[in-house]
Write a protein of this length. Structure first.
Length: 122
């Protein structure tokens, strides 16, 4: 994995993780492009509003850990990341391990997530 591509994804993923851990839907949404395709574990949405609505509906205390497994530069302004992530809950539910694929795109405002798709492991 190239350290340059990893360094592109790292701040985006850290902001996403911080927003999830702090239950800050708008902070999470700010990591995404205006036309981002977002597929959590519910029907997909397009754009930051859908991202914010998805995370606003998550239970307080939700947290996430992740490990970047693979990174690829798809084009000069596009980077793909493949992650293993685990969402943890404070309400007694078992942790939820998932695969996560993200695509970051360089915009006029800097690097943002343009695609996010979660897949359950089971």
């Amino acid at each position: 994995m190239s350290s340059q591509e990893h360094e592109i994804l790292r701040p985006l993923l850290e902001r996403w993780q911080s927003g999830v851990d702090g239950h800050e839907p708008d902070a999470i949404a700010a990591v995404f492009t205006d036309d981002a395709i977002f597929q959590g574990l519910h029907p997909y949405s397009v754009g930051p509003r859908g991202v914010a609505a998805y995370y606003a509906a998550q239970p307080p205390g939700l947290s996430v850990t992740y490990q970047v497994r693979e990174v690829r530069r798809l084009a000069e302004d596009v980077v793909l990341g493949y992650l293993a992530a685990e969402f943890a809950f404070t309400d007694g539910r078992e942790p939820l391990p998932v695969h996560l694929c993200v695509i970051a795109r360089r915009t006029g405002a800097g690097w943002r997530l343009a695609h996010y798709q979660v897949s359950r492991l089971n």
